[in-house]
Design a protein around this ligand. Structure first.
Ligand SMILES: *Cc1c(COP(=O)(O)O)cnc(C)c1O
Length: 422
């Protein structure tokens, strides 16, 4: 499609957008009395208006029924989390029984490491991407030390090539090959938080499995953003948070995926708690742990309903719209944003550069050559909510659920004014 950098053209794209009405389903913060242009759905998604109803429902049941709400509310709390598995499995490309919702992301990664990082003297190394998200680095380092190994030798990072801003799949595969039977685990952020790159999860998973390692993915930036086929790719495990592209609210419940082949394994190590035991006998309070036949076996505590309810509201929206049409719009709006950026770049003499490779989801990371932080401040003051990453990068993620093509056009105008006025 031939794009144009005009308001009329952007508005035409909006009229043709099958998801256009969903914008009305979200609360937008205001700057100078106007709804912001929101580019940080990769950090905290906007609040869906319907979320309030889901939370109020729990609050009312709690007020009116107290403990009876566990079994007698409309959506009983004791198995409330089970409602999320089926719609979430569709988003993740998994079977319903392979998915569960619990805890928060880094906590879940730690719990999953109990099952999937079982180092031996010979096979103890973990492969991850260089400059992984800090929480993932701390998690990996502490796990390695917990098992008595030295992070310096046990954690191997795939680096980018000199002068390049992205990881090459062939470099990841070569590292896996070279590590061979020393490799215990591959754990990478499937969509990188910094440059927005989508890793070739299918190829990397298959390579990791072929040398006998476990392969897991941190999908914080993947869930609700890109097409995932965790089951078909034969991924061992994955975890993600729900508050980025999935709009569930700050710090809210995380999701896990566990390949079905581990679900009936009696001998798999796991940290256990009462919510992982069979529903039928959970309240018999027997000393013997009998695992749920699905990923719920990894549940530990009774579910935090006020954190899970907003996730259910959000999943209802994903269910209505479907990943296919979200991804279609995402591709188009990101392409339009890229076009606008190139137009403004031409008009402002190469002030910046997009460092996100073609394998991408919603996010374009832009390296600013000129004004840097002052341009970022200008954008924020003028109603563009984006974020700043050292040394000189702003990340722009137009979430397809609520961003409009007109937003992209207006952003371009604000950017141009910012560059020429600073
Ligand atoms: C956002 C993000 C996290 C956040 O972890 P929490 O445990 O939810 O605080 C972790 N890892 C990655 C890759 C992320 O993008």
């Amino acid at each position: 499609m031939q794009f144009e950098n005009t308001l009329a053209f952007a508005q035409k794209l909006d009229t043709e957008d099958p998801l256009r009405t969903y914008r009305e389903e979200f609360h937008f913060p205001k700057v100078n009395g106007k709804s912001v242009i929101y580019f940080t759905g990769n950090s905290l998604g906007l609040q869906p208006k319907r979320t309030q109803k889901y939370v109020d429902e729990v609050m009312t049941d709690w007020a009116e029924m107290a403990v009876e709400g566990h079994f007698h509310s409309d959506k009983p709390w004791w198995d409330y989390h089970e409602r999320l598995a089926a719609p979430l499995a569709k988003v993740m490309g998994a079977k319903t029984e392979e998915v569960s919702v619990m805890n928060t992301l880094t906590v879940n990664l730690h719990l999953l490491m109990v099952s999937f990082y079982r180092p031996t003297k010979k096979r103890f190394k973990i492969l991850c991407e260089e400059k992984a998200f800090p929480s993932d680095q701390y998690m990996l380092q502490s796990q390695v030390r917990f098992h008595g190994f030295d992070p310096k030798s046990a954690i191997v990072e795939v680096t980018k090539r000199e002068g390049e801003h992205f990881w090459r799949t062939e470099d990841v595969l070569a590292k896996i090959d070279a590590l061979g039977d020393e490799l215990a685990l591959v754990l990478i952020g499937g969509v990188n938080y910094y440059n927005g790159q989508v890793f070739d999860m299918e190829k990397i998973t298959s390579a990791g499995k072929s040398v006998g390692a476990f392969v897991g993915w941190d999908l914080a930036h993947g869930a609700g953003n890109v097409a995932l086929k965790l089951h078909d790719w034969n991924v061992d495990f994955a975890a993600w948070c729900s508050y980025k592209y999935m709009n569930s609210g700050p710090g809210n419940a995380s999701g896990i995926y566990i390949n079905e082949k581990y679900l009936d394994k009696k001998d798999i190590p796991r940290f256990e708690g009462w919510w992982g035991t069979k529903k039928e006998s959970r309240f018999l309070m027997k000393p013997q742990f009998e695992p749920m036949p699905n990923a719920d076996a990894w549940q530990v505590s009774n579910a935090p309903i006020l954190s899970v309810a907003p996730y259910l509201a959000s999943l209802e929206m994903f269910e209505e719209v479907g990943m296919k049409s979200l991804i279609e719009k995402r591709k188009k709006i990101v392409a339009y944003l890229e076009f606008i950026l190139h137009e403004i770049d031409k008009q402002t003499d190469g002030s910046f550069e997009i460092i996100t490779p073609k394998d991408r989801g919603c996010q374009l990371s832009v390296f600013l050559h000129g004004q840097g932080k002052s341009l970022f401040d200008y954008l924020m003051k003028n109603g563009v909510i984006t974020d700043w990453r050292e040394p000189n990068v702003i990340r722009l993620a137009p979430a397809p659920f609520y961003c409009s093509f007109e937003d992209m056009y207006r952003f371009g105008q604000i950017l141009k004014n910012g560059i020429s006025s600073l």
